[in-house]
Design a protein. Structure first.
Length: 257
């Protein structure tokens, strides 16, 4: 069977190819085009690889491109550093074990409880695994069923959270989808990630549109404004950190502005 990561690899190549125009990469427009973007043979030419080889890559065939080929494709498709790193991650060979929910070590749990500002821990699937009292006051994680304690589900499928972010909801949600896409593709085909993807597709029409764009973003700090139902207008600067105990654990801290 084809590795699902190879399918995502090919889909990512196609999505980046379709967003480019011949003018962008210095090629003549040529005859009228029936579809948007570059042709496969044009990408192959720019990358200095065979057309048949490129087609096999885009079709998600079980082939193993070299680092040199990946770098050439990144240049040809004008990938950002984040997109280039994503392409490399999808091209890696190796057996992947099934996803298992992470466990937060007691010292980390005690640490976040000691913080005055809202803080919580998420895992690879963006499940909320632990949080402090300040985070509970803002986000109410403890009021949710365990299967719904996931930041993607909370922002994309929860109507109350949508109101929470107001006019800024779309920007927040779209950014989250692009960041999650980078993780999902590496875990493509895993039952736990497939189940989450199904719930997101069923619960958010906007998610479906953004997901098909296959945009990739790295995690970054920023500002969020929230219209809390009981506390009024809140503004936070948020940032995140990986835990040395387990790099899959991410600490997110919201500092009031």
């Amino acid at each position: 069977m084809t590795d699902p990561r190879r399918i995502e690899f090919g889909d990512f190549l196609r999505s980046r190819r379709e967003r480019l125009s011949p003018k962008t990469v210095g090629l003549p427009a040529g005859r009228r085009r029936r579809t948007a973007g570059l042709r496969r043979e044009e990408v192959a030419q720019l990358a200095g690889i065979g057309v048949d080889w490129y087609i096999r890559l885009e079709q998600g065939r079980t082939v193993s491109p070299s680092v040199t080929t990946i770098d050439a494709l990144a240049r040809a498709l004008r990938l950002s550093k984040t997109e280039h790193a994503h392409l490399k991650a999808l091209a890696r060979d190796g057996t992947r074990v099934a996803f298992v929910p992470e466990t937060v070590p007691p010292p980390i749990q005690r640490m976040i409880q000691s913080l005055a500002q809202p803080a919580y821990i998420t895992g690879r699937r963006w499940d909320v695994l632990a949080w402090n009292d300040a985070a509970e006051e803002v986000f109410g994680f403890g009021k949710l069923p365990e299967q719904d304690r996931n930041t993607l589900l909370l922002v994309l499928t929860n109507r109350q959270t949508r109101k929470f972010y107001g006019a800024g909801w779309a920007d927040v949600a779209k950014s989250m989808v692009a960041m999650f896409r980078a993780t999902h593709d590496v875990w493509a085909g895993d039952p736990a990630f497939a189940e989450l993807l199904t719930r997101l597709r069923q619960g958010s029409p906007e998610f479906v549109k953004w997901w098909e764009a296959h945009d990739i973003r790295s995690t970054s700090s920023g500002l969020k404004t929230m219209d809390h139902p009981t506390r009024g207008l809140l503004r936070f600067e948020h940032t995140s950190f990986q835990a040395n105990d387990d790099p899959a654990l991410k600490l997110v801290i919201y500092t009031p502005v």
